[in-house]
Design a protein around this ligand. Structure first.
Ligand SMILES: [Zn+2]
Length: 459
């Protein structure tokens, strides 16, 4: 079995791995990486791509080239060099985050023979991106259920692939496990083991143990927080933090805003449940929020039919005029938790919308600042402007979506892989997982493999 770690091993973002067995190649994820907006909103990424488009140029070709030049998508030309490109049979997408999904629309045309597999929410978002970007893909797309198994016919035989349900910070997340003649390749990105999720089931531990009994040859594991001992709270903790934050909002005639990750459907549902108790009318503002909620709604993963989703600029303009005069009547969920340019919060703070924050208005950040300089600086600027006005800000009303060292330990104990490849970051993230594996008896260099972008490993 040969593994090419295409992207996501020199940086946090643009995750992509290719696995070759016999004459067949399988791709796992193809994400985006833009420094500073790693896990961020689609609207920024789409705008970014558009910024580089010349008039009259074919949009996707031009933006693909620019994204490549900038290093924002995985450099999968390495698969051409290896002679693997024509052999790609399938592309598996683990979940709907852009650092796993966002590159698919730019690279999949290079593998037109490959079928794309993903769960309903993931595929719905992919289809939205493809439609928005006016990209035409020839690939077959297959929607799979979490905890289902599919058979794929390749040149060198047939393969079963399990799509194993896990919890993380968006919905419909799976670990693809590829069964080959040479053993099982288990792709464990991304994860946080939440045993008491507020939506959906806990991770499918039984299936992971079953894989462990069958014998996993290689496990590629989410190392992002493997250096952290502290276990992140589950979504119930976030729900509790949110309830506390809501209880601090008293002003009946003040504006009430919450901002969070647009793809965090479970969080958004919990926000809505609490917001309903305020008796305010709930309005979602922002293109990426609308996209994610619409996608969730289309796959029956969004139970609220009575919430206004305002995604068009004109709708928003007129709504903001109404809000300015009736600030106590509405509850707003909006984009902008990282102070991203052109997000709803950014535009309010810059004064480009017919609504201005006032002293006593409330703003809850159900997020943490992604620790890269551009976000840290942007948020500091935004927060200081808001504080000067007298807006009551509550930040970090949030738990993050990646498991820490203990989750990794649990995963390794269940799956018992022969080889471990720490993934989802550079040495800073991957080294602590290698150390943990060392504690568990694995030999670093022989059974634990620290990889870089574009490298190949034969096991
Ligand atoms: Zn993720």
């Amino acid at each position: 079995m040969e593994i090419c770690t295409v992207g996501g091993f020199n940086e946090v973002g643009k995750n992509m791995v290719a696995v070759k067995t016999g004459e067949d190649v399988f791709i796992f994820d193809a994400g985006l990486y833009i420094p500073g907006i790693v896990e961020l909103q689609e609207e920024n990424l789409v705008e970014y791509a558009h910024r580089f488009q010349k008039r009259g140029a074919k949009p996707q070709q031009y933006s693909e080239k620019k994204l490549r030049d900038f290093g924002a998508i995985p450099d999968d030309t390495v698969l051409d060099e290896l002679g693997w490109s024509k052999k790609v049979v399938a592309i598996f997408i683990s979940h709907a985050h852009l650092d796993h999904l966002g590159g698919i629309s730019y690279i999949a045309h290079r593998y037109p023979q490959a079928t794309i597999y993903g769960t309903a929410f993931t595929i719905k978002l992919l289809e939205t991106i493809i439609e928005d970007e006016k990209i035409k893909l020839k690939n077959k797309i297959k929607v799979v259920e979490a905890n289902s198994t599919h058979t794929i016919i390749g040149k060198s035989g047939s393969y079963n692939v399990d799509f194993i349900h896990t919890t993380h910070s968006t919905i419909h997340c799976v670990f693809p496990a590829l069964h080959t003649k040479e053993g099982i390749f288990f792709y464990a990105l991304d994860l946080k083991f939440d045993n008491f999720p507020t939506f959906g089931a806990p991770p499918n531990y039984a299936k992971m143990r079953e894989l462990g009994r069958k014998g996993v040859k290689i496990a590629l594991i989410d190392a992002l927080y493997s250096g952290t001992e502290a276990k992140p709270g589950g979504e119930r903790v976030a729900q509790h933090l949110m309830e506390e934050a809501f209880s601090k909002v008293h002003e009946k005639n003040s504006a009430f805003f919450v901002t969070t990750f647009s793809s965090h459907i479970e969080r958004l549902m919990n926000i809505v449940k609490l917001a309903k108790k305020t008796k305010r009318e709930i309005v979602f503002l922002g293109r990426s929020l609308a996209k994610n909620v619409e996608a969730a709604s289309k796959v029956n993963a969004w139970p609220f039919k009575d919430i206004k989703l305002l995604k068009y600029a004109r709708q928003r303009e007129s709504f903001f005029k109404t809000l300015e005069k009736n600030r106590g009547r509405y509850f707003i969920v909006c984009t902008g938790h990282q102070a991203e340019e052109n997000s709803v919060l950014d535009r309010i703070v810059k004064g480009s919308l017919p609504f201005k924050f006032r002293a006593g208005d409330n703003l809850i950040f159900s997020s943490s600042v992604i620790p890269v300089p551009i976000n840290i600086v942007a948020r500091e600027k935004m927060d200081s402007k808001l504080r000067k006005i007298g807006v009551k800000i509550q930040t970090n009303v949030h738990v993050h979506g990646h498991g820490s060292r203990e989750d990794m330990r649990e995963l390794i104990a269940m799956v018992k892989p022969k080889h471990i490849i720490p993934a989802h970051g550079s040495l800073q993230q991957t080294t602590p997982l290698a150390e943990l594996a060392g504690e568990l008896g694995y030999k670093v260099g022989r059974e634990v493999h620290i990889m870089q972008d574009g490298q190949k490993l034969r096991l």
